[in-house]
Design a protein around this ligand. Structure first.
Ligand SMILES: [Ca+2]
Length: 527
């Protein structure tokens, strides 16, 4: 078999059920076709937040083993280093060593220093080519830290129609076309890391307008409809109970400014549809190359939907901290930030998020969001296509896997027998319709913690007590069995602690206490 091309697509803050082929009402034809013709996973898990998920995805290690436990920033002396440890190999470095051409287009968010080129930048972590942003988020019209190789890229400055999602895809499609034109025999690895649909809600007017009316039924009715479609698709077991509406939110019937509320979700949907269009554009370049059959495509989201309301902190604190707000639009207009009806999201001079109630829809039928390791924080769509790879096509695989399993899967697909320094195991046998040995899955993020062993999941919302759920019967985590099963709860807690000690999870309370003792602000607890 020819060594395959590998395209790893990462969405940012995309909810579990946003894609059409996972029950969503947002039009995502390219991703739906990919998922329905290939394999979908119903229980694939990320690690709840941007940087840790990216670190785990690219190394096959748990985030704490890569230097990135929370986000990228200097969390030392008591926290994590906050930058990708040079001691752990990236998938790009591994594939390049075996002859793959390696490209990255999109968001990195693994460098402690995003301002000056250093050894944690993609160009020095195995990628031959890099176009994208080093920072965690920013304007879609004028992205902060936009870089080509190691130099500032001025693409947005001279192009009033610039839109980041489109630019990420166009750059990557161009690389594939160029590779094809050269008749290049080497396979390639493309890491296509969109920032969509992470806030701010930025999308051109006509793209938002195209979504008009789609969400007028409101979050309550749409959550129920999504769950019904998820059951129809086979993503969720029939009989699954829908979690309650987020208790902080009103019923749709009682919500004020429903036109503005719907507009927020329309802008979000426009971002998701642009992501889908970007994937379509890249896959069209693959088709033109004549090598589609020998191309592995994987699509994942880095965390569950985000319930982060803007501004984070007071408006003044947020404005002082955020680069987009400090510098305004390219035309010199001030940027209006915040989730209130005076800010109608979409244009360059707005800075808003879709907020808790719509994140609640995005994660249907699950509870909680990005940052938490309950199912709503860590469940992601997982699509894989590889026409010549012998996958169990048009099937949904229900075996639970997590991000550490991606690197070994891609290495096996590439025919590379190298598992050194990797925690996960290859998913390929399961994706081909066979069995894999069941192993425990683990999570920790800002004190939130979980372990999954078979059907049982022990999970904690820090600083709360452990909760125990039978995920096979209760995917939405509504029936806490911890009190009824104390021995099992203790045993799983012991196994989790053993893992945490082994991979270097820092004790969250102890770490915060050390900061307090030093008179330093507990920066780790903040956004
Ligand atoms: Ca994210």
């Amino acid at each position: 078999m020819a060594p395959p091309n590998i395209i790893l697509v990462l969405a940012d803050d995309l909810g579990f059920s946003d894609l059409g082929c996972y029950g969503g009402e947002i039009p995502t034809p390219a991703l739906d076709a990919l998922g329905r013709s290939g394999v979908r996973l119903s229980q694939f898990y990320n690690t709840a937040r941007c940087s840790p998920s990216r670190a785990s995805l690219l190394t096959g290690l748990h985030p704490h083993q890569t230097g990135i436990g929370v986000l990228t920033r200097p969390d030392l002396p008591h926290g994590y280093p906050g930058t990708l440890d040079p001691a752990c190999a990236t998938i790009a470095e591994r594939l390049r060593a075996h002859g793959w051409t390696t490209w990255m287009s999109g968001k990195w968010h693994l460098a402690g220093d995003a301002e000056a080129p250093n050894d944690s930048w993609p160009t020095r972590r195995g990628f031959d080519r890099f176009f994208g942003t080093l920072a965690g988020c920013g304007s879609y019209y004028d992205p902060q830290t936009l870089t080509r190789q190691e130099d500032p890229a001025a693409d947005a400055a001279g192009d009033p129609g610039f839109y980041y999602t489109e630019a990420i895809a166009a750059e990557a499609a161009g690389w594939i076309d160029e590779h094809t034109a050269r008749g290049a025999p080497a396979p390639y690895f493309l890491y296509l890391a969109f920032t969509a649909p992470h806030w701010p809600l930025h999308a051109p007017d006509d793209a938002v307008e195209a979504q008009r009316g789609r969400f007028d039924d409101g979050w309550d009715a749409l959550r129920e409809k999504r769950l019904a479609r998820m059951v129809e698709e086979g993503i969720i077991a029939d009989g699954t109970t829908l979690s309650d509406r987020d208790p902080s939110q009103p019923a749709w019937a009682d919500a004020g400014d429903r036109q503005w509320q719907a507009r927020r979700m329309e802008a979000y949907a426009a971002q998701v549809q642009a992501l889908d269009e970007g994937v379509r554009r890249v896959l069209a370049a693959v088709d033109r190359s004549g090598r589609a059959a020998d191309t592995v495509v994987v699509v994942i989201s880095d965390n569950g939907a985000s319930a982060e309301e803007l501004p984070i902190g007071t408006a003044e604190q947020f404005a002082a901290k955020d680069e987009v707000l400090r510098r305004g639009t390219r035309d010199g207009l001030p940027v209006r930030a915040g989730n209130d009806p005076t800010v109608v999201p979409g244009p360059e001079d707005t800075y808003a998020s879709y907020g808790i109630p719509w994140a609640n829809l995005s994660n249907t039928p699950l509870r909680k969001y990005k940052r938490w390791v309950h199912e709503g924080g860590i469940s992601t769509p997982f699509l894989m296509s590889w026409p010549s790879g012998g996958l169990a096509e048009r099937h949904i695989v229900h075996t639970p896997f997590q991000l550490v399993d991606v690197v070994p899967t891609l290495l096996e697909a590439a025919g590379i027998d190298d598992r050194h320094g990797i925690e996960g195991r290859s998913m390929l046998p399961a994706l081909r319709g066979g069995d894999v040995e069941a192993v425990p899955l683990y999570w920790e993020h800002v004190g939130n913690a979980a372990i999954r062993v078979g059907r049982w999941k022990l999970v904690r919302d820090h600083p709360g007590a452990w909760e125990l759920y039978d995920i096979e019967q209760d995917r939405t985590e509504l029936d806490d069995r911890a009190a009824a099963r104390p021995a099992l709860t203790d045993e799983l807690a012991r196994q989790w602690q053993q893992w945490a000690d082994r991979v270097g999870v820092l004790d969250w309370n102890a770490m915060l206490a050390r900061y307090r003792d030093d008179g330093l602000p507990p920066q780790l607890a903040e956004e």
